[in-house]
Design a protein around this ligand. Sequence first.
Ligand SMILES: *Cc1c(COP(=O)(O)O)cnc(C)c1O
Length: 395
Amino acid sequence: MSWDLGTRLASALAAASTDRVVFDLTGIESQYDRLVRELPVTVRFAMKACPVDEVLTCLADRGAGFDAASPGEIEQALRLGVPADRIHYGNTVKSDASIAEAHRLGVRTFATDSVQDVAAIAANAPGARVYCRLTTSGEGALWGLSRKFGCSQDDAVRVLTVARAAGLTPAGLSVHVGSQQMTYDAWRQAVDQLADVLVALRERAIVLDHVNLGGGLPALGYLDRHGRPLEPPLDKMFAVLREGIDELRRLNAAPLDIVMEPGRHLVADHGAIRAHVYRLTERRQTDGELMHWLYLSCGKFNGLYEMDELCHRLVFPGHADGEHVAAVVAGPTCDSDDAYGAAHLRVPKALASGDPVWILSAGAYATSYMTQGFNGFGPLPHTVTRAGHGHAEAA
Ligand SMILES: *Cc1c(COP(=O)(O)O)cnc(C)c1O
């Protein structure tokens, strides 16, 4: 399984004469189809990874539901015609008002990880279904999601016991092994944790109807800091997950639905940014070292929020041949975090201001993390393309 810039995305990027994010809907659809072929799971796409109407609609048409983190996301999904029973409130962080609003909008399944949150759900969404998130180490992930969410295995038993006593339905357990998880062992460990809690709950006569294995499945197109492909072991991850799902189903006293909430995995490699070169410069740092810096029109605040941690493939059309130099690549703002961390990428020496650059595998967490114009650099518009349709403009 290797990474490849599809021809649709390449031609949409080539056709763009101004900066934008381009999504290949056909690529996203085949990524979804492949996931549900590999794993016996119900998909609830994590909306925050790509809250773009066209992308959400194409996933919903495929049968996906949605993992929403706020009433705002729930409203977006409903507006696109997604039935409320295919949306869950997956954020453990909620106010009384946001729980009540979600309930009013028809959502009946809520993530939780504390008895305080359970009490609030019981008061503001009486009778709802709750699933408890277990904390994971986040090890092996390039974008960790551990400390802020989830509770211990013992606490999960307590939380779901309290939920039952409060008139809620203790419906499930969830984990998130961290985003862009690079090791299959993370899922092995998560399955072990889930299995222990399922057994402990059974002893208290609490039988769940689903387990939510979260997000974290990797994209294939990122680079490491030396510009080499990351190559996460995706096939092995699928094998470990299939085995784990069988094991969890064997342990449960009732049929167990398996939910996953992929975000990055479904969209990252099927979106790309068309930006342009500001300037390639050569400067001596205080230690006397001569360094090249390549400044682009796009950076941390308008599409590349994760550039500190994750490095993208850059394509400079028309510059494949010719001399290349190692450069630090950075965005246009007056913020020094607006750069590819310590990475030194090979860039063409002949780049001129205004030359186009394609930033690949940038389809996840691009539009959602854009500021409204930090330093006057506005959010990028987006365009979608799909097989047989050329590309349509959208803002
Ligand atoms: C962000 C998030 C996801 C998606 O994570 P990816 O690593 O993008 O797959 C899934 N579930 C929850 C609860 C999240 O917060």
